[in-house]
Ligand binder design. Structure first.
Ligand SMILES: *Cc1c(COP(=O)(O)O)cnc(C)c1O
Ligand SMILES: [Zn+2]
Length: 411
């Protein structure tokens, strides 16, 4: 199994070796996130596309030959990854697209894509000798770390802004995490969690800051490639806050490309909320990631300073992709559109990716035969209050068949 060859800073290019205290670049600070690279010739020599099926691992661990882990040990207690890729005929009809799929990552144990990163970080931390874990989170990263830590019997500390949606806080508490509800923003909780992890020797899972979050999230791309018969899509659209999922998707496809397991790369589309579009502004502007005033109901992508922003911007450019911003109103329209045409219920951030697709279709920026994958990153039940803003509540009826007749227009 591959040991990372080096961890390279996205800002200054300095290379580091792996270590239990190695997070972002000490020279460049928190924005100097580290790219993990491997000896691809060695992987090629020992692993193959067809060999994956023969491995004794379930779920996303079947990609162990591409993960920065010595092993998975005994059976992992919960099923992470191996989520469905649905062809969504109803949404295809609604949008006039012939080759569209939704990757339903709400099917993960804690109901978001974050489980891919948390599971890898939990195993990596243990390999590095750590026994206690921590993360800052807008909600899902915390719910995910809490869920999988509970399953593994490991203690964890979760820093969330006071404003996190109730259902996500409920998840944290039910999973028995030590919940630190911070009077402050996600950014402030993030920095405090870094300081506390340092002080108390907790292994830190903060998005972007821990280089293995990207490595974990990349398994979604490995699955998409395999599910499409190793013929990658033309376009992948994903909701983007810190930019870690976007970089994970790019890392997954580029790893496969370097191994020669796929012959081309997709373009990526970063779907951002208008109220939190730092990466889009940098992409369309001078390329500098600057903090913005975070203001969107899509809490999972509500980020002032994207922690994986520099890497995400580089990856977006390398993929020949683009960034699209959507308003909260467009997100609230996309939630029921997705629901009634596919039977899938995405939280506002997940719906932001669908809203971005609607916008690209309206603007004629995708062709009807393009092969497009939209990633549904988190479940709608995680934020019922937001969902109820997207729909009209029903008028209560008298409990009689006459009232039902009148209601459906039959006499
Ligand atoms: C975390 C998250 C995102 C955004 O991921 P980043 O890595 O922060 O860009 C999108 N959707 C959901 C549901 C999430 O939990
Ligand atoms: Zn650096």
């Amino acid at each position: 199994m591959p040991v990372p060859e080096s961890l390279t800073c996205v800002l200054c290019g300095a290379a580091y070796r792996e270590g239990a205290d190695q997070y972002s670049c000490p020279e460049c600070g928190e924005l100097g996130t580290l790219r993990v690279s491997y000896d691809y010739d060695r992987i090629k020599a020992s692993a193959s596309r067809d060999g994956l099926a023969a491995l004794p691992f379930r779920d996303h661990w079947r990609y162990l030959p591409l993960l920065p882990l010595a092993g998975v040990g005994s059976e992992f207690p919960l099923a992470v990854g191996a989520t469905p890729l649905y062809p969504v005929p109803g949404l295809r009809r609604a949008l006039g697209l012939e080759r569209l799929w939704v990757k339903d990552d709400t099917a993960n144990p804690s109901a978001s894509l974050k489980d891919r990163a948390s599971s890898v970080v939990l195993l990596k931390g243990q390999e590095l000798g750590r026994t206690e874990f921590a993360t800052a989170s807008t909600g899902n990263a915390g719910a995910s770390l809490a869920c999988l830590s509970a399953a593994l019997g490991l203690p964890c500390h979760i820093f969330v802004p006071e404003s996190a949606p109730r259902a996500k806080v409920a998840q944290l508490l039910i999973f028995g995490a030590d919940v630190l509800s911070i009077r402050g923003s996600y950014s402030e909780a993030f920095s405090l969690c870094v300081e506390a992890s340092d002080r108390f020797r907790w292994y830190n899972r903060n998005t972007g800051y821990n280089p293995y979050t990207v490595e974990g999230k990349k398994t979604v791309a490995l699955e998409i490639a395999e599910q499409l018969g190793w013929e990658p899509p033309d376009t992948v659209i994903v909701a983007t806050g810190d930019g870690c999922i976007l970089s994970g998707i790019w890392k997954g496809f580029t790893d496969l490309h370097r191994l020669g397991w796929i012959s081309r790369l997709p373009r990526l589309v970063a779907a951002q909320a208008e109220g939190s579009q730092s990466i889009k502004q940098a992409f369309d502007g001078d390329g500098t990631i600057r903090p913005v005033n975070e203001d969107t109901l899509a809490d999972s992508i509500s980020v002032s300073l994207p922690r994986n922003g520099v890497m995400a911007l580089q990856d977006l450019r390398a993929s020949g992709g683009s960034a699209v911003s959507v308003s909260d109103g467009e997100i609230l329209e996309a939630m029921p559109l997705l629901g009634r045409t596919t039977g899938l219920f995405g939280e506002p951030a997940a719906a932001a990716a669908a809203a971005a697709l609607v916008k690209l279709v309206d603007q004629g920026e995708v062709s009807s035969t393009e092969r497009i994958v939209v990633v549904s990153t988190g479940h709608g039940l995680k934020d019922v209050d937001a969902a109820l803003r997207a729909v009209d509540p029903p008028e209560p009826l008298e409990c009689s068949i006459e009232a039902v007749r009148a209601r459906i227009g039959i006499r």
